[in-house]
Design a protein around this ligand. Structure first.
Ligand SMILES: Nc1ncnc2c1ncn2[C@@H]1O[C@H](COP(=O)(O)OP(=O)(O)OP(=O)(O)O)[C@@H](O)[C@H]1O
Length: 701
C-alpha cells in the first residue's frame, strides 16, 4: 500500500497545537501537483486505515491513556446521574445490531422453510417481528428520554473546562504567555464550538461500545452459521474482505499532515484574486487606479500556469493510487455473491436463500462495525492530544513568582487615600523574553510619593517598557525595583496592581458594552451605579460621543459573532440585513476610543485605594481641546497620588512636572525639572527645540 515518498527532510512543519516537538528528520514530504504534503514518519506500522503503534509509542502513550481515566472520573463527578444514563444507553445500543441480526435470521429461516414447502411456525415469525418493533420502540423512547440528560452532561463538561481554561488565560503573565510551549497548549478557543473534552469522552465511549458490538456480533454470527457447510470458507472470504478494506485504505484525510502550496504562480494568482475581492482594499485600489494592472498580471500568471492541475492535495493523493486498487475494492464487495453463485452451479446441496442472506447480513454488519472501530480508534488517538493539551493548559503556572507581602503595608492603611507610592529603579536592565537585545540598560531613578513625573524620549527609547515593569507585567532582567522601600517582587502582585491605575498606549475598548468598559475600571465593585458611570464618562470626555450612539452606553463596539445564516437555494436579502444589523461593528475614532479608556481610568481613580497613576501617551489621538481638558481633570483628581506621564508633546505636562526623565536608546540620559534640563542644553533641549521650532517666526513670515 502506500504512496512512494521521498525522504527529503521537511521545512518547518511543527504545528502550533501539538505540544511535543519532533525533530525535522521525522517528517517526510510528498509532492502532489502544486502542493507538497508533509507527514510525520510513522514509527509504528502504518497499515492504511490503522496504525499499530510501536512498543515505545505504547509506553509513551500510557500516561496519556491514564488521562482518559481521569477525564471519565472528572466527568462522573460533574454529573453522576447523567454520566451513568449516557454510558448505559450507549452500551445498550451496542447490542442492537446483534439482536437484530438474530431476529432477522429467525425470520429468514422461516421464510426459507416456507419457500421450501415446509410448514411455517407462525409464532416464530410473529415473535421475531414483534421483538424487532419493540426493540426499535424502546430505543427511540430511551433516546428521547436521555436527550435532556445528555445535553446537561455535555454542557456541564463544556462549561467546566471553559472556566478552567479561562482562568488560565486570564492569569497568564506576558512572559509565560509568550513561551512557545504555553502558546501551543493554549491553542485557540471558539466558545460556541469548543468542547474538546466532551468529544474525547464520546470517542472513548464509542470505541468501548464498538468493541462490545464487534464481539457480540462476531459471537452471534459464528453461532448462526456454524451449522452451514460453507461457513469456514465464507468466513475466510469475510476476513480477507475486512483486511483489504481496513488496511488497504490509503487516503490523505486519515493521516496527520500539513499541505503547502509550492507553486509560486498559483500563489500569486490567489493573492491577486484576494486583492481584487477584498472590500478592505477597495478605496486604495480605486485611488491608485490599479485595476488594469491586476487584471493584466492575473492574465500573465494564468498563461504561465497553463493547464497545470488545480486539484486539491486530497484528490491528487487519491489519483496517485493505481486503478487496480479501485478494481479490487469493487470486486471484493461481490465476493460472497460470486462464491454462492458458483456453489449453486457446482454443489447446490445445502445452500438456501436464508443461509445466503444470513451470511451476507452478518458479514456486512460486522464489517461496518469493524470499520467504525478502526475509524473511532484513530479519532481517539487524535483526541488524546486534545485531552493532554486541555489538562496541561489547566495546570500552567505563571513563571513570575508572586510575593507574600500585602500592599499597602498594614501600617500604611490609614493614609492610603492620600499617600502616593514611592518607586525606585536601581540599575534596571530589561529585555523581552522573545528577544536577545536589551531595551533598558542600567536605568536608575527614584520617584518620591506624590510627585508628578514625565518621561520623554524618541520612539523605541524604552518609555512604555518602563511602565510595563512598574506593575510587574515583566520582571527586570537585571537590577531591582523598589516600592515604598521594599522590593516590588516581595509584594503580592494582585495587591500592587490594585493600587495602580495605568492608562496604556493603544488602550483599546473591550468587546463588551460601553458601560462595562467603564465599570471594569473598578473590578472589585459588583456594578457601579449609572451616576458613577456617567461621572467617569464625563471626566474622560466620553459622555458626548456616547450620547449620540443609538444604544448609548449599552452599545457593544465589537459584538461577538454567534449568528448563522443558511439559504436553501434562495437568498432572502432581509435576512442578510438582519444578521448584519445584529453583528454590526460600531466604529469609533481613535480619539473617542482614548476618551473611553480615560473614563475607565477615572472610574478606577474614584474607586479608592489607588496610589499610583501612569499614563502612556493618553492624548496622542485627542484634539488640543480634549488634551487640555483631560490633563486638567487628571491633575485635579490625582490627590496625593504619584503620577507618571509619557508624552511626546512638550507643554501642558512638562511645565507642571516635578521630575522629567529623558530616555534614549534604552538608557536614562537626563533627569531634572524643565528649567534644569533646558539649562543643561542636552537631549531634552534638543527634543524641546524641535517642537518649539514650528512656532518660531520664519524669515518668510
Ligand atoms: N513585546 C515586545 N517584545 C519584544 N520587543 C518589544 C516589545 N515591546 C516593545 N519592544 C521593543 O522594545 C523597544 C522599546 O519599546 P518601547 O515601546 O518601550 O518604546 P517607547 O519609547 O515607548 O516607544 P514609542 O515612543 O514609540 O511608544 C523597541 O525597540 C520595541 O520594538
Amino acid at each position: 500500500m502506500g504512496i512512494p515518498v521521498n525522504d527529503k527532510p521537511s521545512t518547518d512543519t511543527q504545528s502550533e497545537n501539538v505540544s511535543e516537538k519532533k525533530p525535522k528528520d521525522q517528517f517526510q514530504t510528498v509532492k502532489l501537483g502544486i502542493w507538497e504534503a508533509v507527514l510525520p514518519v510513522k514509527t509504528g506500522w502504518d497499515l492504511g486505515y490503522m496504525t499499530i503503534p510501536s512498543t515505545t509509542e505504547l509506553v509513551d502513550h500510557l500516561s496519556v491513556y491514564l488521562l482518559l481515566f481521569r477525564l471519565c472520573r472528572d466527568i462522573f463527578v460533574l454529573a453522576p446521574r447523567q454520566f451513568l444514563i449516557f454510558t448505559l444507553f450507549e452500551f445498550m445500543q451496542s447490542f442492537e445490531g446483534s439482536i437484530n441480526l438474530y431476529l432477522n435470521s429467525q425470520i429468514l429461516n422461516a421464510i426459507s422453510s416456507h419457500l421450501g414447502g415446509e410448514t411455517v411456525v407462525v409464532s416464530v415469525i410473529m415473535r421475531s417481528l414483534a421483538s424487532r418493533i419493540l426493540l426499535s420502540f424502546m430505543l427511540s423512547w430511551l433516546r428521547k428520554f436521555c436527550e435532556r440528560d445528555n445535553q446537561v452532561l455535555k454542557d456541564r463538561v463544556k462549561f467546566h473546562f471553559v472556566e478552567k481554561s479561562m482562568h488560565t488565560a486570564l492569569m497568564l503573565d506576558p512572559t509565560t504567555a509568550e513561551d512557545p510551549d504555553v502558546k501551543s497548549k493554549m491553542g485557540s478557543s471558539y466558545f460556541q464550538y469548543d468542547n474538546e473534552m466532551w468529544t474525547s469522552f464520546e470517542a472513548i465511549v464509542r470505541v468501548a461500545t464498538a468493541l462490545l458490538k464487534s464481539f457480540s456480533q462476531l459471537a452471534l454470527a459464528f453461532a448462526l452459521i456454524r451449522r452451514h457447510a460453507s461457513a469456514p470458507l465464507f468466513f475466510a472470504i469475510f476476513v480477507v474482505q475486512l483486511l483489504i478494506g481496513i488496511f488497504g485504505y490509503d487516503q490523505l484525510w486519515g493521516k496527520t499532515h500539513v499541505v503547502f502550496c509550492v507553486n509560486k504562480t498559483y500563489e500569486s494568482l490567489a493573492a491577486l484574486h484576494g486583492f481584487a475581492f477584498s472590500g478592505g482594499y477597495r478605496v486604495d485600489r480605486l485611488s491608485d487606479g490599479v485595476a488594469e494592472f491586476i487584471e493584466r498580471e492575473f492574465k500573465k500568471g494564468r498563461a504561465e500556469f497553463g493547464d497545470s492541475s488545480t486539484l486539491d492535495a486530497y484528490h491528487e493523493w487519491y489519483n496517485r493510487s493505481s486503478f487496480v486498487v479501485g478494481f479490487v475494492y469493487a470486486v471484493i464487495n461481490d465476493f460472497p455473491m460470486i462464491y454462492f453463485a458458483l456453489r449453486i452451479l457446482f454443489r447446490p446441496k445445502g445452500i438456501t436463500f436464508a443461509s445466503l442472506a444470513i451470511l451476507q447480513g452478518a458479514s456486512s454488519s460486522i464489517q461496518w462495525t469493524m470499520y467504525t472501530l478502526a475509524h473511532e480508534s484513530k479519532s481517539l488517538a487524535r483526541q488524546l492530544t486534545s485531552v493532554k493539551n486541555v489538562y496541561a493548559r489547566c495546570e500552567i503556572q505563571n513563571k513570575m513568582k508572586d510575593g507574600v507581602l500585602p500592599y499597602p503595608r498594614p501600617y500604611d492603611e490609614s493614609s492610603k487615600e492620600t499617600t502616593g507610592m514611592e518607586l525606585e529603579f536601581r540599575n534596571v536592565s530589561f529585555k523581552y523574553p522573545s528577544t536577545t537585545k536589551s531595551v533598558l540598560e542600567d536605568v536608575s531613578f527614584k520617584i518620591k510619593p506624590g510627585q508628578m513625573v514625565v518621561i520623554v524620549g524618541a520612539n523605541g527609547s524604552g518609555k512604555s517598557s518602563t511602565i510595563k515593569l512598574f506593575n510587574r507585567l515583566y520582571d527586570p532582567t537585571e537590577g531591582e525595583i523598589l516600592v515604598d522601600g521594599l522590593p516590588l517582587a516581595a509584594y503580592k502582585v494582585k495587591d500592587v496592581r490594585r493600587a495602580m491605575a495605568i492608562l496604556r498606549q493603544n488602550h483599546g475598548s473591550y468587546p463588551l458594552s460601553l458601560r462595562l468598559n467603564v465599570a471594569l475600571g473598578a473590578p472589585e465593585r459588583e456594578m457601579p451605579s449609572d451616576e458613577e458611570i456617567l461621572e467617569a464618562l464625563k471626566a474622560g470626555g466620553a459622555d458626548a460621543f456616547i450620547e449620540k450612539l443609538p444604544k448609548k452606553s449599552e452599545t457593544v463596539l465589537n459584538p461577538v459573532k454567534l449568528s448563522t445564516i443558511n439559504f436553501a437555494g434562495e437568498t432572502v436579502e432581509e435576512m442578510n440585513t438582519m444578521m448584519k444589523e445584529r453583528e454590526k461593528v460600531t466604529d469609533v475614532s481613535g480619539g473617542e476610543s482614548q476618551r473611553l479608556a480615560a473614563a475607565r481610568v477615572f472610574m478606577r481613580l474614584n474607586s479608592g485605594g489607588i496610589r499610583f497613576l501612569a499614563a502612556d501617551e493618553p492624548t496622542s489621538a485627542l484634539d488640543p481641546e480634549g488634551e487640555l481638558a483631560l490633563f486638567s481633570r487628571l491633575r485635579q483628581e490625582r490627590g496625593g497620588k504619584t503620577v507618571v506621564f509619557i508624552t511626546h508633546r512638550f507643554g501642558h505636562l512638562t511645565k507642571y512636572a516635578d521630575l522629567i526623565l529623558v530616555m534614549k536608546d534604552g538608557r536614562l540620559v537626563e533627569s531634572g525639572s524643565h528649567n534644569e534640563l533646558i539649562e543643561k542644553d542636552g537631549e531634552y533641549k534638543r527634543l524641546h527645540d524641535v517642537q518649539a521650532q514650528a512656532f518660531l517666526p520664519t524669515e518668510d513670515s
